[in-house]
Design a protein around this ligand. Structure first.
Ligand SMILES: [Cu+2]
Length: 211
């Protein structure tokens, strides 16, 4: 696995929107919110994200949409792929090792499914990760920009805290590297048009009753 500085690549792809693919969720309604993972000269990892408890990333439900295959886990859920893991600068975990991200605590009801590059949603696995559906709490990160899918079926605030460390191929922490942690904040919110839609629905129902 090679870890390279992909900051320049991100700058050029950030302005490109994704194309909707039939049967898959659509990411193009949100800007990216990157979790920047870096390594200093003493081999200590660092992570930075701008979204905090006061500015959580919103999860939205898209009424009437259904998704195919593993992506069907997002059906009728509030979801987002806005958060993306990205390397910042040169990160060298050593031959055979990689960066592992382990969910240590999270709000009950928060689910995560594996994503990838937003330009290639049809290549994403949508496998449950970070403990969702009894999956491992630890996820081996490729080092490439990865936008995982966060989902919940209930309105409200959610958060998840992750341990970020250098591990071998089996996920065992490797000596000589300093680990770090980061907390992501999310909020499941009603869609902007949902109240108007409710109003329209009740109007139609009233008319039917009178007919
Ligand atoms: Cu991104």
């Amino acid at each position: 696995m090679s870890f390279i500085n992909n900051t320049i690549a991100i700058a050029t792809t950030a302005i490109v929107t994704t194309a909707a693919t039939a049967g898959l969720p659509n990411a193009h309604t949100w800007p990216m919110e990157h979790i920047m993972v870096s390594m200093d000269g003493a081999n200590n990892l660092h992570a930075h994200v701008n979204a905090d408890a006061n500015s959580p990333i919103e999860m939205l439900r898209f009424e009437g949409e259904t998704y195919d295959g593993n992506a069907s886990a997002l059906n009728d859920m509030y979801y987002t792929d806005q958060f993306g893991w990205i390397l910042d600068g040169i990160v060298n975990p050593g031959a055979g090792n990689s960066i592992w991200i382990e969910m240590t605590t999270q709000t009950t009801g928060l689910e995560t499914y594996e994503g990838g590059r937003r330009m290639m949603i049809d290549a994403q696995t949508f496998n449950p990760i970070f403990g969702t559906d009894a999956s491992s709490a630890a996820w081996q990160w490729s080092g490439m920009m990865t936008h995982n899918w966060y989902a919940a079926d209930t309105l409200g605030d959610y958060q998840a805290t992750y341990r970020i460390f250098v591990g071998d191929s089996a996920g065992n922490a490797v000596d000589g590297f300093g680990e770090t942690s980061v907390t992501l904040y999310l909020r499941a919110v009603p869609a902007p048009g949902s109240l108007a839609m409710l109003g329209l629905g009740s109007l139609v129902a009233t008319r039917r009753k009178r007919a």
